[in-house]
Design a protein around this ligand. Structure first.
Ligand SMILES: *[C@@H]1O[C@H](CO)[C@@H](O)[C@H](O)[C@H]1NC(C)=O
Ligand SMILES: CC(=O)N[C@H]1CO[C@H](CO)[C@@H](O)[C@@H]1O
Length: 255
C-alpha cells in the first residue's frame, strides 16, 4: 500500500524537475564575453542536447561583415541551429552575424544575450509544442527579435529588450500559416515599437504580464495575416479576447 506522503513527495519532485524556472526580474546588465568564436558554419545542437560553451558567455558570431541589414537569410546563415528539444545556454551572440538562433523544433534558450540583432535574433520553426526564451536579452533590433514562423507556443520569460522594432511577431505572411500563441512574462522593454504582433484571423493569442516598459509605442498589435506573402494589414491593438494583459506578482509561480 502507498504511503500518501511519499506519493506527494514524488509528485512535487516531478513538478520541480519539469519546470525548474524561477520567476525573476529581467536584467539590463549584459555579460562581458571572455572570448569570441567566429564560426564558418552554424553549430547544430542535436535533439534533446544542451550546448553550454566551455567558457560561459563566449561570444559567437559568423565573422566580420556577416550582418547584411534586413536581407532575409536562411538556416545556413544562423549562428546556432537547435533541433527538437535542444537547449542553448549561457552564450552571447555578437553583432557580426545575420540570423542569430534558428529553432528547428521546440527549443529552450537560457541566458542567451544578443548584443546587436541583425536580421532577427531567434526564428522559431517548430510545427507544434512550446519553446522558451528565458533570462537573456537583446539590443538594437531594427525590426524583429523573435520571429515565430512555425506553430505552437512561445514563452518569453525575464527577458530584457532595448532599442527594437518588435519583440515578438507571429509571421504575417508565411506560406504555411498556423495558430500561434505567445506568453510574455516579466519582460523589461526599453525604447521600441511593439512587444507582440499576432494574426487574429488565424486564432493567435498573446498573454502579457508583469512587464516593465518605457518608450514602447504599443504592447500588442493585431493583424490580418495571409499565406500569400503580401504585407499583412494591421487591424488594431489589444487587449481583448485574444490579447490579455495581466499585472501579477513575481512570487506567483509560472505555468
Ligand atoms: C565585427 O566586425 C567588424 C568589422 O566588420 C570589426 O571591426 C569588429 O571588431 C567586429 N566585432 C566584434 C565584436 O567582433
Ligand atoms: C487569408 C487572408 O486573410 N488573406 C489576407 C492577406 O492579406 C491581404 C492584404 O492585407 C488581405 O487582403 C487578405 O484578406
Amino acid at each position: 500500500m502507498f504511503n500518501s506522503n511519499i506519493v506527494a513527495f514524488f509528485a512535487l519532485a516531478t513538478l520541480v524537475g519539469a519546470n525548474p524556472l524561477e520567476r525573476r526580474e529581467a536584467t539590463n546588465v549584459f555579460p562581458n564575453p571572455p572570448t569570441t568564436s567566429s564560426l564558418s558554419k552554424p553549430i547544430t545542437v542535436k535533439a534533446g542536447q544542451t550546448f553550454t560553451p566551455p567558457t560561459a558567455y563566449t561570444r559567437y558570431d559568423r565573422g566580420s561583415g556577416a550582418c547584411n541589414g534586413q536581407s532575409e537569410g536562411g538556416d545556413a546563415d544562423a549562428v546556432f541551429l537547435l533541433e527538437e528539444g535542444a537547449t542553448l545556454s549561457r552564450v552571447v551572440i555578437g553583432p557580426n552575424q545575420s540570423e542569430g538562433v534558428h529553432c528547428l523544433g521546440s527549443c529552450t534558450l537560457d541566458h542567451v544575450f544578443f548584443e546587436d540583432v541583425c536580421e532577427d535574433a531567434v526564428t522559431i520553426k517548430q510545427k507544434s509544442g512550446t519553446s522558451r526564451i528565458n533570462y537573456g536579452g537583446a539590443k538594437h533590433a531594427s525590426d524583429k527579435v523573435i520571429q515565430h514562423n512555425g506553430g505552437g507556443t512561445v514563452i518569453i520569460n525575464s527577458f530584457y529588450v532595448e532599442d527594437f522594432g518588435k519583440l515578438y511577431r507571429s509571421c504575417g505572411n508565411c506560406g504555411t500559416q498556423y495558430t500561434r500563441h505567445v506568453q510574455i512574462n516579466d519582460v523589461w522593454a526599453v525604447k521600441g515599437k511593439n512587444l507582440a504582433g499576432i494574426n487574429t484571423n488565424y486564432g493567435d493569442t498573446a498573454k502579457i504580464r508583469t512587464t516593465k516598459v518605457s518608450s514602447v509605442s504599443s504592447i500588442c498589435d493585431k493583424y490580418t495575416g495571409n499565406n500569400s506573402g503580401k504585407e499583412p494589414t494591421k487591424t488594431g491593438s489589444g487587449p481583448d479576447s485574444q490579447v490579455s494583459f495581466f499585472r501579477t506578482l513575481l512570487a506567483e509561480p509560472l505555468i
